[in-house]
Design a protein around this ligand. Structure first.
Ligand code: NAP
Length: 266
């Protein structure tokens, strides 16, 4: 396989550290730069706890893209920065692979248009865990038979966005096949605001944030005298890395923006 030159944004983050390990141990991946707002001018190997990669660090992506010519930008930052980085990468002819969550439908449409205009591949995946993608697909299958469904997503308490990108994506996939229905009793009242969770086309979405958790989701279906629970758990960030690798390899072969890992899995 041809060498793929990568720039990473967010290398000191929890996902970033794991992705650096992936790049370091994948023979056809090479790290040519990193974006980190507090370590500009250093090398990745200068930072304690990061692998011995002598890729230069830049304070901002634009300077980085002017100095090095990567094939792929891997963004693992925050929603505002990730959105800015994805746009900038496409403008510089670099293919973005984005794990950062919290993009709006409007952001996605704008980025889709830009990727199409530039004829460049881009992948935005709110969940890189293969098992989580299967959980979403199985939920979509079940939703054909069960109209009543509630989603409970559970994450660590440092997560900035709620509901999670995976929770929203699951609700969207279910809504594609489920006959619209407002769930619960028509006269139900919330005595404390938020008790029934967020409402996505009548599907209830609940977000739990607790220390000790990583990324988990339960999709509960209810029917006549039966319930069905589909659950996925990521116990560490290594669980996302086979999906990151697949996305980096696939983005080199496509010329449009793909949202969701399920769209690149066979
Ligand atoms: P994290 O540990 O908080 O790391 C975020 C990184 O972004 C840090 O290195 C941080 O650097 C950097 N950053 C923040 N603001 C920045 C700025 N203005 N300019 C440059 N860098 C900036 O978070 P994480 O757990 O690694 O998650 C990162 C993202 O991936 C989040 O959006 C999360 O929801 C998402 N995520 C996706 C998946 C998936 O499968 N797609 C899985 C887990 C997480 P500082 O230390 O300087 O702030």
């Amino acid at each position: 396989m041809n060498e793929i030159k990568i720039v990473i944004a967010g290398p000191r983050g929890r996902m970033g550290k794991e992705a650096l390990h992936l790049i370091h141990t994948t023979p056809h991946f090479s790290l040519v730069g990193a974006v980190d707002r507090i370590n500009g001018g250093k090398l990745i190997s200068d930072i304690e706890g990061l692998p011995a990669l002598d890729a230069p660090i830049y304070e901002d992506l634009e300077t980085c893209l002017q100095q090095v010519k990567p094939d792929v930008l891997l963004d693992l930052t925050t929603p505002e920065i990730g959105r800015k980085h994805t746009k900038l990468a496409l403008e510089y002819g670099v293919r973005p692979v984005v794990g950062t969550t919290g993009f709006s439908a409007q952001d996605l449409t704008e980025l889709q248009d830009l990727a199409e205009q530039k004829e460049l591949g881009a992948i935005i995946a709110p969940n890189f865990a293969i098992g989580a993608v299967l959980m979403m697909k199985f939920s979509q299958m079940a939703a054909k038979y069960f109209q009543d469904v509630e989603i409970i997503e559970l994450h660590h308490n440092q997560k900035l966005d709620a509901p999670s990108g995976t929770g929203i994506k699951t609700a969207e996939m279910i809504a594609e096949v489920r006959e619209k229905k407002q769930q619960g009793h028509p006269d139900e009242k919330e005595h404390i605001t938020g008790a029934r969770g967020a409402d996505f086309e009548g599907i209830r979405l609940h977000s739990v944030r607790l220390p000790g958790l990583i990324a988990h989701q339960e999709v509960l279906f209810g029917g006549d005298g039966q319930t069905l629970t589909i659950r996925h758990d990521s116990y560490n960030r290594e669980s996302f890395m086979s999906g990151v690798q697949l996305a980096i390899e696939t983005v080199m072969k496509i010329d449009l923006l793909v949202y969701g890992l399920e769209n690149i899995m066979e």
